[in-house]
Design a protein around this ligand. Structure first.
Ligand code: GS8
Length: 253
């Protein structure tokens, strides 16, 4: 049997008949051209992770912004993520996938190249351990800084945050990226998205990441040289202004 590709038509020539089957067209990873819609919020590092990963894979996607995530969630978001009611949600041919690191895993399994997770089970487990650490300690640790009231509380939150970054810096060691074979991967994506909030943490915590963690700062610059990252991360000043607004909303100031 011979297969002939022509746009999105596949002709199957058998010796005595000709069947014409219409299939979805294929992208460069030879996967079906799926419809991908991201329920998004510009300031969410969790959404940024998904955008970076899809861009790294070269997969086109549509972004649907939640205009008012804090007070009026869209019906589509509520229907797609009825459990947590949070972004990001990736709609894969209309089917919702929730939780950013789960979405990253799905993206990596669906579009093979370039790989984000290491090939072996142990490497995958390690990468997921650090992504979990980042989720628990970096975003929440940063939040502890900008929600703290009073010098003593802010100082304690800042010290804990710097300690967390130092642990990550130690894990990075002399490598360029956290990924397998020195490549940009799952852990890099998980962490770099949150760095768009670092300016806000620095301003409310009264410190500079670069002074405490020079190697991690160099890693941030390296990541930002990638198109997927530079196109995705919002201006840190805008994030800072958003955090100023959140502080007023939460009665921190
Ligand atoms: C966190 C998503 C999240 O907090 C993930 O995807 O990794 N563990 C999840 N999303 C926030 C926006 S970013 O802070 C959100 O949707 N918040 C709306 C709400 O809390 O109602």
């Amino acid at each position: 049997m011979k297969l002939h590709w022509h746009w999105n038509l596949i002709y199957i020539n058998r010796p005595c008949d000709l069947n014409l089957i219409i299939l979805p067209s294929r992208n460069r990873n030879n996967m079906a051209q799926d419809e991908l819609v991201l329920l998004d919020c510009w300031v969410s590092p969790f959404c940024m992770r998904v955008k970076i990963a899809l861009t790294e894979k070269g997969v086109p996607f549509e972004v649907r912004a939640e205009e008012n995530l804090l007070s009026a969630k869209s019906l589509l978001l509520l229907a797609s993520n009825p459990v947590h009611k949070k972004v990001p949600v990736l709609l894969y041919n209309g089917k919702p996938i929730c939780e950013s690191t789960i979405i990253l895993g799905f993206i990596d399994e669906t579009w093979a190249s370039p790989p984000l997770l290491p090939p072996c089970a142990y490497g995958k487990a390690q990468a997921r351990f650090w992504a979990d650490f980042i989720d628990k300690k970096v975003f929440d640790g940063g939040k502890a800084i900008w929600t703290s009231k009073g010098e003593v509380e802010v100082e304690a939150a800042k010290d804990a945050f710097i300690e967390t970054l130092k642990q990550l810096e130690e894990t990075l060691g002399e490598k360029d990226f956290f990924g397998c074979n020195n490549a940009f991967g799952f852990v890099d994506i998980t962490l770099i998205a949150i760095t768009s909030w670092f300016l806000a943490y620095e301003k409310f915590g009264g410190f500079k990441v670069e002074e405490h963690c020079p190697k991690l700062s160099a890693w941030i610059y390296r990541c930002k040289e990638r198109d997927s990252v530079s196109k995705t991360l919002p201006d840190s000043q805008n994030v800072y202004e958003f955090v100023v607004m959140l502080r007023k909303m939460f009665g921190v100031e």
